[in-house]
Design a protein around this ligand. Structure first.
Ligand SMILES: NC(=O)c1ccc[n+]([C@@H]2O[C@H](COP(=O)([O-])OP(=O)(O)OC[C@H]3O[C@@H](n4cnc5c(N)ncnc54)[C@H](OP(=O)(O)O)[C@@H]3O)[C@@H](O)[C@H]2O)c1
Length: 292
């Protein structure tokens, strides 16, 4: 169902998810304003205006959001991002935005095991407190990045135990986002967005191997081993905590949710783990390379 939304503010359009959303909105002939950090990297779409602002620049965000009714707020990255989100939300209130659709994360909660899900919870709380209408999109981990969980040798390792996860593609998340942005009746809703089946990492390795023909395996680690094995990449503490807690969150069962959101809101089934790898051999080139 269409609403009277006349201007949608889209953040993150220079990135993978926001870019997909902007393209879909343009294909529907909708008006949108792309809010980008770097004008030189803004994509050009019919019906799209462009404005420059970073989340943390509240004044520029307020100017960029002038006349916007619905804001698609894509979460940022890094240890400072909660503050940046707060700034963007405050700017939206000051600019008279009516509704925020925010890309949160599955199981966003104050005590979530995955550290990023706690940050998403804080952002959600700020949006709830803003008084604006809101919808939270809570996707699982990106299927598009699942191949990157495998090393060059085809090993997926971490303290995930026998927990499960239902990766979801960015295309499916973008399809859901667009339905929410252009539709009505989503106020106050939080939508878990997942693939069709939750896999243990051992099952994921098996499925990966079956589809790609490459040997793959899951190797479980303790939390201490996981921290140690990742130290060679010299991650920041923020990255390390997120990385390791990703697997622990799987072990706890917090990521084993399988939702019907993609089917219910878009009318199509979510892309499956196997289909994704069949269609995107480039996503596991590093594993292939490791085998040569
Ligand atoms: N569910 C998952 O598996 C998963 C995985 C990774 C990330 N994420 C989260 O989902 C978000 C979107 O995913 P994605 O794949 O589209 O990420 P992406 O390709 O890195 O795009 C992020 C977008 O957000 C913009 N952005 C970041 N910080 C900003 C700020 N302070 N002010 C204004 N714009 C800012 C970026 O602008 P620039 O182009 O100027 O940098 C870019 O357009 C990520 O940012 C991250 O929070 C989720």
């Amino acid at each position: 169902m269409s609403t009277s939304v006349s201007m949608i503010g889209v953040t993150g359009s220079t990135g993978a998810l926001g870019g997909r959303v902007a393209r879909r909105l343009a294909a529907r002939g909708l008006r949108q304003r792309l809010i980008v950090r770097d004008l030189g990297r803004a994509q050009r779409f019919a019906g799209a205006e462009v404005a420059q602002a970073a989340y943390e620049d509240r004044v520029a965000m307020k100017v960029a959001l002038d006349g916007v009714q619905t804001l698609f707020l894509v979460s940022g990255w890094g240890a400072e991002r909660v503050k940046q989100h707060y700034s963007a939300i405050d700017a939206a209130v000051a600019a008279g935005v009516e509704r925020i659709v925010y890309t949160s994360f599955l199981g966003a909660a104050p005590m979530a095991t995955f550290t990023h899900a706690r940050e998403h919870y804080l952002t959600e709380q700020r949006i709830r407190a803003s008084g604006l209408e809101y919808t939270f999109l809570r996707p699982s981990f990106y299927l598009d990045r699942a191949a990157r969980w495998f090393s060059a040798e085809g090993v997926i390792q971490g303290p995930a135990g026998n927990g499960t996860i239902a990766w979801v593609s960015r295309d499916d998340i973008a399809d859901v986002a667009v339905e929410v942005l252009v539709g009505s009746g989503h106020g106050g809703a939080s939508y878990d967005i997942t693939g069709d089946r939750a896999l243990t990492l051992a099952e994921a390795a098996e499925e990966f191997s079956r589809v790609t023909g490459l040997p793959a395996a899951y190797r479980t680690e303790t939390i201490e081993e996981a921290r140690a094995s990742r130290m060679r990449y010299n991650p920041s503490e923020w990255d390390l905590e997120a990385w390791v807690s990703t697997y622990v969150a799987i072990a706890t069962g917090e990521l084993s949710v399988v939702s019907h959101t993609v089917q219910a809101l878009t009318g199509h089934a979510p892309q499956t783990f196997a289909d994704y790898f069949r269609q995107h051999p480039e996503s596991y080139e590093h594993v292939t390379a490791g085998r040569i």
